[in-house]
Structure formats: structure tokens, C-alpha cells
Design a protein around this ligand. Structure first.
Ligand SMILES: [Zn+2]
Length: 148
């Protein structure tokens, strides 16, 4: 189980190894993604709170990356964080996502990205439920739920 200290170490020193890599040019991303997906996943914008697909959805299944289809989160780790965005306590595997310090908007945050294709997913915060204490606050636009 990942804790905040692990997230800090990943962002500061070295991210977990991805199990594969996928790289595309900006032009290819524009063709693959919808304009809304592109804005969030590639330009790091944030979708509106509450008015997004998975904020209030608790159907069972895996959540995959919109860019590459890699499994990122499991519905079993999804919880109601009252933030307006889908929130998870852990990624599906340690190596599924990677982390980067993000000082934009005069905030000190840790960005969460897909470890395979570098799509921006959202941010992680140390105010999640025990035992891990993590809250992965993720944009619905970056996720596709795969029904079990
Ligand atoms: Zn991806």
C-alpha cells in the first residue's frame, strides 16, 4: 500500500518503472482524443467539478487510461470524497501512475500522470481515508470504466 511518503519519494527521486511505454506526437493525440479529453489529458486543464462522468458513479469495474487503455484504478478503491471529482485511495498497481511536483496556480501539489503514456490524470493529496491516507483526485475525462 502506498502512503504519502512513497508519493513524495516517487516525485522527488524516481518514479516506479512502467510496464510498457507509449509515445505519440501532439498531432496524434489531437486525432485520438476528443477536444475535452485533449484539454485535460494533454494540456493539464481541470474539468468542472460534479459535472463529469464518474464523480458520483460507483459501478464495479476497472478504470483505464483514455490515452493508452492501461488499467489505472479499481472501483474497489473509489470513495466519496465530496470533491466533485472521482477519488481513489490507491492506484491499481504501484507502477500504474507516476508523480510530478506541480507548482502551478501558486499551489504546491503533486500531479498524477499515466505511467505508460504521460496523460495528465489529476493530483494526489494526503487527506484520504486510512490506512493509506491518500486521495487521488482524478478527472473523469482521463478515465474509461471497463465493466467487470
Ligand atoms: Zn495512458
Amino acid at each position: 500500500m502506498l502512503r504519502w511518503i512513497d508519493v513524495i519519494k516517487f516525485a522527488k527521486y524516481s518514479n516506479p518503472e512502467p510496464y510498457r511505454r507509449l509515445e505519440k506526437t501532439d498531432k496524434e493525440w489531437k486525432l485520438k482524443l476528443t477536444p475535452e479529453q485533449y484539454k485535460v489529458a494533454r494540456q493539464k486543464e481541470t474539468e468542472p467539478p460534479y459535472r463529469n462522468a464518474y464523480c458520483r458513479s460507483y459501478e464495479p469495474g476497472l478504470y483505464a487510461c483514455v490515452g493508452c487503455g492501461s488499467h489505472l484504478f479499481n472501483s474497489t478503491e473509489k470513495y466519496h470524497a465530496i470533491s466533485g471529482w472521482p477519488s481513489f485511495t490507491q492506484p491499481v498497481t504501484k507502477g500504474a501512475v507516476k508523480y510530478a511536483f506541480d507548482d502551478s496556480f501558486k499551489m504546491s501539489r503533486i500531479e498524477v500522470l499515466c505511467n505508460v503514456c504521460d496523460c495528465h490524470l489529476g493530483h494526489v493529496f494526503p487527506d484520504g481515508p486510512e490506512p493509506g491516507g491518500l486521495r487521488y483526485c482524478i478527472n473523469s475525462e482521463c478515465l474509461i470504466r471497463l465493466d467487470e
